[in-house]
Design a protein around this ligand. Structure first.
Ligand code: PAF
Length: 278
């Protein structure tokens, strides 16, 4: 697996594949890879002849007080894992390749970016939409794969690609979990051994919320119950536990439409997010 750092080199590879009419899949990542990322590679390989992974810790999606400086950077290990998983090409650009001096465009998916995660991380989704739009236009893949672990991010990216007429099929891949239910995440490394034992309570809580709603309880009344469960287990601030329409992420108005439980809460210095289908 070759690693390239420039858009020109990336496009050279894609052009050669396209000449032979071969399809291309893209797996954008910020590195710190785990089995969840490798499952995105498998999804891409099932849909396209060639898979490109990208590794770029995107500064524009971190607020100044967030963990940009300390975000796990493990490029050598990431390269090994991606190669073993059958990735064809790694695009690992420097910040100046993606945001050269004078870069001044931002992509903003209105509405969807301001609710839930967006209430607590106001610039996060415009940072994500901007970099993903750029990566899609740089590689012009047939498919791009994103984890359902970041469910709202997946909704934002699908909306962005549709609205900007980017000719790509955005695929959502099921969340990969540890044996005790904790969703795999690069940020799980921030948990102490004690916190790691408590962390699966987040998945347990939202799974129970989904079951309660399925039994007919009101979606709107679930937050109080779930927050009490999380706090009792040792979680800190609970940013949200919400049952929402699975497509619009707005309030559930029609019980016959798919719904999703989404949550974010602090455990020590880690902020964990997770979601499940109702
Ligand atoms: O989910 C991530 O790792 C990032 O938000 C993404 C999609 C790679 C954009 O930087």
């Amino acid at each position: 697996m070759e690693t390239v750092r420039t858009i020109a080199e990336l496009r050279q590879h894609v052009r050669a594949w396209r000449k032979n009419d071969e399809s291309v899949g893209l797996v954008p990542t910020m590195g710190g890879l785990h089995a969840g990322h490798l499952s995105l590679v498998s999804h891409s390989k099932a849909h396209a002849k060639h898979t490109i992974a990208t590794l770029f810790v995107n500064p524009s999606q971190f607020a100044p007080h967030e963990d940009f400086a300390t975000y796990p950077r493990t490029e050598e290990a990431d390269q090994r894992m991606l190669a073993e998983a059958g990735t064809d090409l790694l695009f690992a650009p420097n910040v100046s390749e993606i945001y050269p001096d004078g870069h001044s465009t931002r992509v903003n998916v209105q509405g969807l970016s301001q609710i839930l995660e967006g209430e607590f991380r106001p610039d996060f989704f415009s940072g994500v939409a901007t970099v993903v739009a750029k990566l899609l236009l740089q590689a012009l893949p047939d498919v791009a794969v994103f984890g359902e672990k970041d469910y709202q991010q997946l909704c934002v990216i699908k909306t962005m690609a549709r609205d900007l007429d980017i000719p790509v099929n955005i695929i959502g891949a099921e969340t990969i979990r540890e044996d005790d239910g904790l969703a795999m995440s690069s940020r799980n490394q921030y948990l102490t051994a004690e916190e790691r034992k408590i962390a699966p309570v987040l998945y347990a809580a939202i799974t129970q919320v989904a079951a309660r709603v399925r039994k007919g309880e009101s979606p709107a009344s679930q937050r109080t119950w779930a927050e009490a469960k999380l706090t009792k287990a040792g979680f800190g601030a609970v940013d949200y536990v919400a049952v929402r329409d699975a497509q619009t992420l707005g309030p559930v108005r029609d019980a016959s439409r798919p719904a999703r439980v989404l949550a974010a809460a602090y455990l020590g210095r880690a902020r964990l997010i997770d979601n499940v289908a109702v």
